[in-house]
Design a binder for this molecule. Structure first.
Ligand SMILES: [Zn+2]
Length: 234
């Protein structure tokens, strides 16, 4: 994974992060906002979710009229102009693009959704709804709380250790606490779902470590704002 997989761009002077490889995908626009909130122009109003830390994927089959945000943690669409967004502040935003089938998805993957397999569910839903082949997908994992900072208790560590050995290691000097590596879990899930290694991109950015750029629920508490990560067609 190159260190410069993600770069800072700006929209009207407000910075946002961009996945360099996604920029060359025809017909796809995307952005991971910072706490400054800047986003590039989108082709239509943003569709979002009522996020509940589940593994539920909502497929938008046609351009919607009025949008009543459904409950779920991933949105997928293939109609021209589709603009999808997820909010996060420590949970991982995951954007998916299929330039062959002309489909995109936005995923909210915190520890609960990750444990429930939301990313792999999204790969499956794209296949069923739009004929996407996993090998054609490009997947960008945005900023979230990484293993440098994501301390969890033994129950959560055990839940991951069972399916993903080595992803929760004892926190130095913190008896009974563990550091959980969610990007590594996502890598394993995407690999198992058939997404090619060379098409998986990781920002390497930790929301907890970078207060200048990102909100962090762990750092700022319930009053923390949210970043918006978006992907659009057209
Ligand atoms: Zn960190």
């Amino acid at each position: 994974m190159p260190d410069d997989a993600f770069i800072l761009r700006s929209a009207r002077g407000i910075p946002y992060y961009s996945c360099r490889e996604f920029e060359s995908l025809p017909g796809v626009r995307h952005a991971f906002s910072t706490r400054a909130g800047g986003l590039p122009d989108l082709p239509s109003p943003l569709l979002t979710l009522r996020q509940v830390h589940s593994n539920r994927v909502c497929v938008v089959e046609l351009p919607p009229g009025a949008w009543d945000p459904p409950e779920g943690d991933a949105l997928a669409a293939a109609h021209p102009g589709a603009a999808l967004g997820v909010r996060s502040a420590d949970c991982f935003p995951v954007l998916v693009a299929d330039p062959v089938a002309g489909a995109v998805a936005a995923v909210h993957s915190g520890w609960r959704g990750t444990l429930a397999g939301i990313a792999a569910e999204t790969v499956g839903a794209l296949g069923r709804a739009f004929g996407s082949r996993p090998g054609d997908l490009h997947v960008a994992v945005g900023p979230g709380i990484r293993s440098c900072c994501f301390e969890v208790g033994p129950e959560v560590a055990d839940a991951f250790a069972a399916g993903y050995p080595g992803t929760a290691r004892p926190a130095p000097g913190r008896p009974g606490k563990f550091l959980l590596d969610l990007p590594r879990v996502l890598e394993a899930q995407l690999e198992a779902a058939g997404v090619a290694r060379g098409r998986r991109y990781d920002s390497g950015l930790c929301t907890f470590c970078n207060p200048r750029d990102f909100f962090s629920y762990r750092r700022e508490g319930a009053a923390a704002g949210r970043m918006m990560s978006v992907i659009a067609l057209g």
